[in-house]
Design a binder for this molecule. Structure first.
Ligand code: PMP
Length: 289
């Protein structure tokens, strides 16, 4: 995982250099994506790329490459890093400016960076016992729909969960549980899987959308609706979704068990449906073949 992409070049991470006057460094004037790779191929590319375009547009940042160029350069990065199952992290900043200035200069060349990360290993404790989470007041900004690198609030909130032995903090604003610090939240009541509606206060998760689709295909009803802490308290199952962890069962919220207090049968069904979808992806010929 040693080779990174920076501004058109593939080079060892130790040789990659970015100016301290890069606006990504100075102002977090930057967006990013994390895309899963299975069998050396980008999975769910289309929705991840669409979200990158939305994030860039929200910052009024010009997309530095065409979609096919992005795809080609990331495929090469995956190959030179040994391929297999991993994820790609990519970041686009507004670029390096001559002097530090809040005002956005015209015509900066964006900084484009990408690296690969190994896939997370399976977590038998998570599979067997599920995850403990806590609730925290959401003190992030009001454009959480943008996949911005300004993640300090997410980092501090995640840390506050870790300090009390929890795996994630669910963020609450005006009584609504919106999402985790790096995950979306879904709740099962009876046969209905619910997740909060999209809007400026949460990130539209690609994994969440796939899980909702798989839930429908598996015979569940799905709903987009606001979820309160009480809604989570009465849920039979609660799950978190994210690109790297895929689907995680939540079995304790603020010390209280969710449903049976164990990863539930619906979780197992959706997990199996995900594996089936992944198998179909791995067996399908690549689009270019
Ligand atoms: N919300 C936040 C705040 C996140 O950081 C992430 C992970 N990037 C998600 C949700 C999940 O999104 P995805 O499934 O597309 O990785």
């Amino acid at each position: 995982m040693d080779t990174v992409f920076l501004n058109g070049a593939f080079l060892p991470v130790a040789a990659a250099r970015i100016s301290p006057l890069d606006r990504g460094f100075l102002f977090a004037d930057a967006v990013y994506e994390v895309i899963p790779v299975y069998g050396s191929r980008l999975f769910l590319w289309t929705p991840h790329y669409a979200r990158l375009e939305r994030s860039l547009a929200a910052l009024d940042l010009k997309n530095p490459y065409r979609e096919s160029d992005w795809h080609r350069l990331l495929a090469h990065l995956i190959e030179v890093n040994g391929g297999g199952d991993l994820s790609v992290y990519l970041e686009v900043t507004r670029g390096t400016e001559p002097v530090r200035d809040h005002r956005i200069p015209a015509d900066l060349a964006p900084t484009v960076f990408a690296l690969t990360q190994p896939a997370l290993p399976p977590d038998p404790a998570l599979e067997a016992q599920g995850m403990t989470v806590v609730l925290r007041p959401d003190f992030r900004w009001q454009r959480c729909d943008i996949k911005s690198t300004a993640l300090l609030a997410n980092v501090l909130l995640r840390e506050s969960a870790r300090e009390v032995g929890a795996g994630e903090a669910l963020l609450v604003r005006d009584g609504c549980v919106l999402e985790g610090t790096s995950s979306n939240v879904l709740a099962l009541h009876g046969n209905t899987v619910s997740s909060p509606p999209d809007g400026p206060l949460l990130l539209a998760g690609v994994t969440r959308d796939l899980v909702l689709e798989l839930a429908e295909q598996s015979g569940f009803r799905t709903r987009r609706r606001t979820l309160t802490a009480d809604d989570l308290g009465t849920a039979h199952e609660v799950w978190l979704t994210s690109t790297r962890r895929i689907l995680a069962p939540v079995t304790r919220i603020e010390g209280r068990p969710v449903g049976s207090g164990r990863p539930g049968p619906a979780y197992q069904r959706i997990r199996a449906a995900f594996q089936k979808r992944l198998q179909a992806f791995l067996e399908a010929p690549p689009p270019s073949a």
